[in-house]
Design a protein around this ligand. Structure first.
Ligand code: AMP
Length: 281
């Protein structure tokens, strides 16, 4: 497995695989690899001949006062894990390589980026769509793999891909969880043992909401009230948002029908965790 740091070398690597008739998958990450990331890579390996995993903590998608500086970084640890998942290359460019002096071009999806995480993290999705556009142009993958963990990100990237007529397929991979339900995240290492325990309220309350809906509840507000009550019962939890929305436009639902996304972002201390479930009602 190669570790590639420059755009020029990454392009050469991808172009020669493509010239040899190989299909290429891209798995963008910010590193500090866990089983969630690896499940994307394993699925990518099953679908394509060559898997490129990127590691780039993208400053553009972090707001002022967020955890850009603290975000965990460990390339040698990551490389061993990514190699074991069967990737052919890691693309790990520097910030200066991706955004050289004088950089001034950005990609922005409107409307759906103003909801959920976009409303509490202004500019976040502009950073995501810009960096992912650059990665798509550099690697030119046949397929790119993203986790359902970041449900809104997947919708935004699918919108960008179709609006800009990009020649690739976005594949969504289910959320990987710890045995006790906590969704894997690079940020989980920031949780104190107490907050780690308290954070179980997220997956538990989502499972409870799912059960209530399966039992016939169709009023979104009732489900939302129950979720908020369960989460606020946990003193360490501070809700950023909890929403029951349509998967097409991310607008709040009154009645649960069709494809429904229940998404939440909750702080435990300074650590902001997200989780969600998607249901067809
Ligand atoms: P990140 O490094 O957090 O930007 O995540 C890189 C990719 O891995 C994104 O597509 C995430 O949605 C995905 N991902 C992160 N955590 C999980 C998880 N627990 N299960 C599945 N995919 C995940």
């Amino acid at each position: 497995m190669e570790i590639i740091k420059t755009i020029k070398e990454m392009k050469n690597f991808a172009r020669s695989a493509q010239a040899a008739g190989k299909t290429v998958a891209l798995v963008p990450t910010m590193g500090y690899i866990h089983q969630g990331h690896l499940s994307l890579m394993v699925q990518a390996r099953q679908a394509c001949d060559v898997v490129v995993a990127s590691i780039f903590v993208n400053p553009l998608q972090f707001g002022a006062g967020e955890d850009y500086e603290e975000y965990p970084r460990d390339l040698s640890r990551d490389a061993a894990l990514i190699k074991s998942a069967g990737a052919a290359a890691i693309f790990a460019p520097s910030v200066a390589e991706m955004y050289p002096k004088g950089y001034q071009t950005f990609v922005e999806v409107e409307k759906i980026t103003g909801r959920l995480c976009g409303s509490s993290r202004p500019g976040h999705f502009r950073g995501v769509t810009t960096v992912v556009s650059k990665l798509f142009n550099i690697v030119r993958p046949d397929q790119a793999f993203f986790g359902q963990k970041d449900a809104q990100q997947v919708l935004v990237l699918k919108k960008m891909t179709s609006d800009l007529n990009l020649d690739l397929e976005i594949i969504t991979v289910p959320i990987v969880r710890e045995a006790d339900g906590l969704a894997l995240s690079s940020r989980n290492i920031f949780l104190s043992p107490e907050h780690r325990k308290a954070a179980l309220v997220l997956s538990r309350s989502l499972r409870e909401a799912e059960a209530v809906i399966k039992n016939g509840e169709r009023d979104a507000q009732t489900v939302l009230n129950q979720l908020k009550k369960a989460i606020t019962a946990e003193p360490a939890a501070r809700i950023d948002y909890v929403e029951v929305v349509s998967t097409t436009d991310l607008q709040p639902l009154e009645t649960l029908e069709g494809e429904v996304l229940i998404a939440l972002a909750v702080f435990f201390g300074k650590t902001r965790l997200i989780d969600n479930i998607m249901l067809t009602v």
